[in-house]
Design a binder for this molecule. Structure first.
Ligand code: BGC
Length: 807
């Protein structure tokens, strides 16, 4: 069942009922100011850090699920309603929510009045603009009162929801004309404040929540709105809010636009005050001035659209499959940008107060983002590398505001270091910017201990070699990619974290997955060395990779698939010998991507085992059979009920590894089948089962052992976005930047038909027509001339090259 439809021309998803199976959300903002907005106007916004600079309050895990946002109330005679349906929930004659790239437009209609709210964050600004358009569709004159509403968060979202003994006394506001200023803690150490403005004279305002709602009322029944009269309340402690009341008179057919600006301002310390106790509002006035008319809003909105048009034009496909096209051209790239910006901080499943930027996560996010804004990827790489420790290990996470490694979680996830090499390689392939390898980057943010980025990559590579176990496989440490496979943890105590608790010391538990990573990523390190003329170091690296490949085949092969690990006692994990957890997806994907066993037959066998034992109608489960009970020697993975999360859920992050692996062994049908199974646009028709947004990937879909097989959780912030974009754009459609040119090597079934990819890379544009007959060794012509192999040499910036590819 569908709850809306795609509008590809406008690059929007159009939701046509408020009653989607779960809130379907969108993101506003591109660089420093961000908002989350659901199809019901729910959500919140923040400046840079979702925990420390939150402008508006949002209560997670609330009842009903999506309660609180930037709300508007229309009072029409004795009736009042919300165009976003929430919070008043009065039935609407028409409802529509259009989630677009960086904006959301929600329209409600009731009793002859249409109210549309357009939410967006203008480029380069630290504010949200809400443009409200009211239209009288009836044949009578209407005198309406419009109430706005936001509830301010007292900045630090964690403190805001826990420290009430202090917080109920700190709230402060100022009101000036049509602007409400939120200045809690500005009197002391904060040099920032928020404001909420409308470009109209007011009938009145309210800034105290209890006065506005009534002590025992919810957002859906504010006393002030019910009575149609603002009370001009001035918050003092308790709960500061911003609410404007405006009278709007509309003749039949007439409409009126109002521009609301919800902004964030920082003042230099010496310029904080206009006079004692009164904020210096100069910067706020300037910001307000920039959006004082609907024309200014239209210009800013136009710029935002152009911005996205420009970004997305670096990879566009035209194929007979409209679902694939809309994923590749619009939504998958968009999600890659959002994950790059947010890492795993703020979504409807991540509270914005927990995780910082993941070392592993951010490097992987880069893979799907680097073609969009390479300069920002460069900056990110240097930030990430600066949190690496001198021995090559890495902080598992770092904080976005300080860019420092997070001591609470620490290091010891032994896959982390290798992801840095993958990120750096992807960046240089995209840009040709080899000079980044010479950048001086600190270890652990210590300015007195620095080395080149290349040296950081060497430490990553050597960290694996310095930490090998009894079979010569890499030690797993706390965990590898699978955060929940905790082989040294042995946790028996409720409430302790599997990821941070004191581990047993022992150098036995080994990861075949990290071995696969090493074989896949090690050659990238060798190639980096070659770029710098370090032939000997490159040869050393290649020799180590070859050695590891042998070790995997000797100690990491279980007969019909790759083993997952050896545990603390040296027992096999992910082996046919095990009762549960006989086979895991991760090593099958990564070892085959690395090319292990491709010539000798193990690769195909492993992938056939995946098909036989892990594949389901909704995607490939992480392992099988699911653990039926808790295994202290395996950790968190066995803590989940069967079918959820790492215990045999469909982890969408590593499904594309298998799709890519299928292209490595030349099986386009299987690769495409796996791609389609979890790509959201293909799941639109089963939205009642999948439940989450049909335009973005979720981290997990419940596996075959789960009661709710097929149901997704944790949409938006997941490495799934980047890896699926890599799979479809680089391996299925087959266009990927390599060291010396653009590889064109599609792998799609014959029935898929012909298609054209337009790829911008290093300033040149490649128009690639693929005559697809399902083959996997294509022949290429560049500007009409045949070339050997499948690498199109990079062309000078500014050129436009036509590539014909016949498979
Ligand atoms: C984490 C990833 C991890 C994955 C599998 C995600 O929640 O962000 O870093 O690889 O779970 O455990």
């Amino acid at each position: 069942m569908r709850f809306g439809h795609f509008d590809d021309k406008n690059r929007e998803y159009v939701i046509t009922t408020p009653k989607t199976p779960y809130p379907w959300i969108n993101y506003l903002g591109t660089e420093s100011f961000f908002g989350l907005v659901s199809h019901l106007g729910g959500g919140y916004c923040f400046y840079r850090d979702a925990r420390l600079r939150r402008l508006t309050r949002y209560r997670y895990n609330n009842v009903p699920v999506d309660n609180g946002g930037r709300y508007y109330y229309v009072v029409d005679g004795s009736d009042y309603w919300s165009p976003t349906f929430m919070p008043v929930k009065r039935p609407l004659d028409r409802f529509e929510c259009r989630h677009g790239l960086g904006y959301t437009r929600i329209t409600g209609e009731r009793n002859g009045v249409t109210a549309e709210v357009l939410y967006f964050v203008p480029l380069g600004e630290t504010c949200e603009v809400h443009q409200v358009t009211l239209k009288n569709q009836s044949s009578q004159k209407k005198t309406l009162t419009l109430f706005s509403f936001v509830e301010f968060c007292l900045w630090n979202a964690w403190d805001d929801m826990t420290n009430f003994q202090r917080n109920f006394s700190t709230g402060e506001v100022e009101i000036e004309g049509s602007t409400i200023y939120h200045k809690t803690e500005y009197r002391e150490r904060r040099n920032h404040f928020a404001f909420f403005h409308v470009n109209q004279p007011l009938l009145g305002f309210d800034t105290d929540r209890e006065t506005f709602l009534g002590t025992y009322n919810g957002f859906g029944e504010p006393e002030v709105v019910a009575q149609g009269k603002p009370r001009n309340s001035v918050a003092s402690g308790w709960h500061p809010i911003g609410s404007h009341a405006i009278t709007v008179e509309l003749e039949p057919g007439a409409e009126k636009q109002l521009v609301f600006v919800l902004g964030y301002v920082e003042n230099p310390k010496e310029e904080k005050w206009e006079r004692p106790g009164v904020i210096n509002k100069r910067r706020a006035h300037q910001l307000i001035e920039r959006f004082s008319t609907p024309e200014a809003v239209a210009r800013a909105f136009g710029k935002l659209q152009e911005h996205w048009q420009g970004l997305l034009s670096s990879y566009q496909v035209k194929s007979p499959d409209e679902k694939l096209d809309r994923m590749v051209n619009i939504w998958n790239q968009y999600q890659c940008m959002v994950t790059f910006n947010m890492s795993r901080s703020a979504s409807y499943f991540e509270s914005g107060i927990g995780r910082g930027m993941g070392f592993r996560d951010s490097n992987q996010d880069l893979l799907g983002f680097v073609h969009l804004v390479p300069e920002r990827a460069r900056e990110r790489i240097l930030d990430i590398a600066a949190t690496q420790c001198p021995d090559g290990s890495a902080y598992h996470q770092y904080q976005p505001l300080t860019k420092r490694g997070n001591h609470d979680i620490g290091s010891g996830f032994n896959d982390d270091p290798l992801w840095l090499i993958l990120g750096v390689a992807a960046y240089i392939k995209e840009t040709g910017d080899v000079a980044i390898l010479d950048e001086n980057v600190p270890f652990d943010n210590d300015p007195n201990d620095t080395a080149t980025l290349l040296e950081h990559c060497k430490r990553s590579f050597d960290h694996v070699l310095n930490n090998l176990g009894p079979h010569g496989l890499p030690l797993i440490g706390r965990a590898d990619w699978n955060d929940c496979l905790n082989l040294n943890c042995f946790s028996e105590t409720p409430d302790e974290s599997y990821q941070t608790t004191q581990n047993r010391t022992g150098r036995t538990a080994e990861s075949v997955f990290i071995a696969g990573m090493f074989v896949h990523i090690g050659p990238e390190y060798a190639a980096l060395c070659e770029r710098k003329g370090l032939a000997e170091e490159a040869a050393r690296a290649r020799a180590e990779v070859a050695k590891m490949e042998k070790v995997v085949l000797e100690h990491g092969w279980d007969g019909a698939w790759f083993l997952r690990a050896y545990d603390f006692f040296g027992n096999k994990v992910g082996s046919n010998e095990c009762e549960d957890g006989k086979i895991f997806i991760e090593p099958q994907g990564f070892c085959v991507m690395a090319g292990i066993g491709v010539k000798t037959g193990e690769a195909v066998k492993a992938l056939d085992s995946v098909k036989e034992r892990l594949d389901t109608r909704y995607g490939i489960v992480l392992q099988n059979p699911a653990y039926k009970e808790y295994h202290v020697e395996l950790g968190e993975i066995s803590s989940y009920p069967p079918g959820y999360k790492e215990n045999a859920g469909i982890f969408c992050h590593n499904n594309p590894w298998v799709a890519i692996a299928e292209t490595v062994v030349g099986r386009p049908e299987r690769a495409f089948e796996y791609y389609k199974k979890i790509a959201p646009a293909y799941l639109e028709e089963i939205s009642e089962i999948h439940r989450l947004e049909p335009y973005v990937y979720a981290q997990m879909i419940a596996g075959k052992d789960a009661v709710r097989h097929g149901e997704a959780k944790n949409s938006w912030l997941t490495g799934t976005a980047a890896w699926n974009f890599v799979a479809v754009s680089q391996y299925l459609l087959g266009v990927r930047p390599e060291w010396d040119g653009l590889v064109v090597k599609p792998c799609l079934p014959k029935e898929f038909g012909e298609f054209t990819v337009e790829r911008r890379c290093r300033g040149a544009t490649y128009v690639i027509h693929v005559k697809n007959s399902g083959g996997t060794t294509p022949s290429l012509k560049v500007d009409g001339k045949p070339i050997p192999g499948h690498v199109v040499p990079y062309q000078p910036a500014g050129s436009r090259v036509v590539v014909e590819c016949t498979t």
